[in-house]
Design a protein around this ligand. Structure first.
Ligand code: GAL
Length: 371
């Protein structure tokens, strides 16, 4: 009897030590709980740091057949240490009104929130697909709030940059009469035509497609909307107006026909770095990286930023956001999608560093933020 009691006593001490050791650690791919011991449900998200608090916004996913649409909205969690998260509820709710662009059953993906110092407002942008239309609407949506966790008020959704040519678009491409019907998809001739504006011309009047997206606020306060356009073939980087509520019409196309999704961006030592994925839906693929001296400048491809075993599938994840930390480090955030059970898609957070002028991401089973 005594022997058993001693054993269970040591077992208990061991369990305690294990748990103590794991506190304060980020464990990519584990089940992450909020302060109510409920699974964190904030996918394809991003983080806003405001007044000493981190606000994590993401897609709230339901279970079963409902999981592929949005029935609640964008969920928000808050934290002071990026480890312990408190549920702040739904910060942008879908509408009960069947006429609303964000009526329940629409699809809100990859929401991101930024703070506008001039207006004192919090601005949320997201990828919106209209109810019952699959992924064909390809719109961007915008919402506004007075406080960081919301509630956000939906303003409108649209296809951006209607009637505007990219800044890096040649004059002769504007009048080219070649259309999609003239070409066979995925041929060299077709690829060249995409580079020379095939889809930009097609979508010129209506506005450019906007699917996977992120936001970036530069040191000078200018904000940019980065999104997959042209049937997900090309990324567009667009400047937002001073109030962050609209597009100025100044934009560039990046890697035409390069098939980039899931953009995430950060700035370090005067360089802008962009991480993306390829286009394989919920399935992971090899990540890509780029750098540029200016947001609307030339982006140089730098290859796969993931290193080591599993790099070919980005450690089974897809990028969503990069958060600069106060200690000069950067937190790379990605989703390990589980299309069988989307709400149980896991979070892959890892340090991202620059080595030999390239961003690199290495796997860690668990790691600690240094501050
Ligand atoms: C991914 C995209 C996700 C989601 C998914 C749907 O490529 O990054 O945000 O849209 O496709 O299949």
């Amino acid at each position: 009897m005594r022997y058993k009691a001693v054993l269970s006593y040591f077992g208990f001490i061991f369990f305690l030590l294990l748990n103590l050791q794991s506190t304060g650690q980020i464990k990519p791919g584990d089940v992450w709980m909020d302060s109510n011991s409920e699974m964190i449900n904030a996918h394809g998200g991003g983080i806003l740091f405001y007044d000493g608090v981190y606000y994590w916004f993401g897609e709230h996913r339901d279970s079963g057949r409902k999981q592929f649409a949005t029935w609640k909205g964008v969920r928000c969690y808050s934290s002071k240490d990026l480890i312990n998260w408190e549920n702040q509820g739904i910060s942008l709710s879908v509408s009960e009104d069947p006429e609303s662009e964000i009526t329940a059953g629409c699809n809100i993906e990859r929401p991101k929130v930024i703070y506008n110092k001039k207006t004192g407002k919090f601005v949320m942008w997201f990828h919106l697909e209209l109810k019952g239309q699959g992924y064909s609407a390809a719109r961007t949506g915008v919402a506004i709030a007075d406080s960081p966790a919301g509630p956000f008020t939906f303003l409108r959704s649209f296809r951006p940059n209607a009637g505007q040519w990219p800044l890096n678009f040649k004059d002769e491409w504007k009048t080219d009469t070649l259309t999609i019907d003239d070409l066979q998809w995925w041929t060299e001739q077709w690829r060249l035509a995409v580079k020379e504006g095939l889809f930009i011309r097609r979508d010129f009047e209506e506005g450019q497609m906007a699917r996977d997206m992120t936001l970036f606020v530069d040191d000078d306060g200018k904000a940019y909307h980065i999104h997959s356009a042209e049937e997900n073939l090309t990324l567009h980087i667009s400047e937002l107006t001073d109030d962050y509520l609209d597009f100025t019409g100044r934009y560039i196309s990046v890697e035409p026909a390069g098939h980039n999704e899931a953009p995430a961006i950060f700035k370090k030592d005067g360089w802008y770095y962009l991480i993306t994925s390829g286009c394989t839906g919920w399935e992971p693929n090899a990540g890509r990286s780029f750098r540029s001296k200016s947001m609307l400048g030339e982006w140089e491809p730098l290859g796969n930023p993931f290193l080591g075993e599993g790099a070919d599938v980005s450690f089974r994840s897809q990028s969503t956001f990069i958060l600069p930390l106060n200690n000069g480090e950067y937190l790379f955030m990605a989703d390990r999608w589980n299309p069988e059970k989307l709400r149980d898609s896991r979070y892959i957070w890892l340090p991202i560093k620059i080595e030999d002028a390239k961003p690199i991401i290495e796997w860690r089973d668990q790691w600690r933020l240094s501050e």
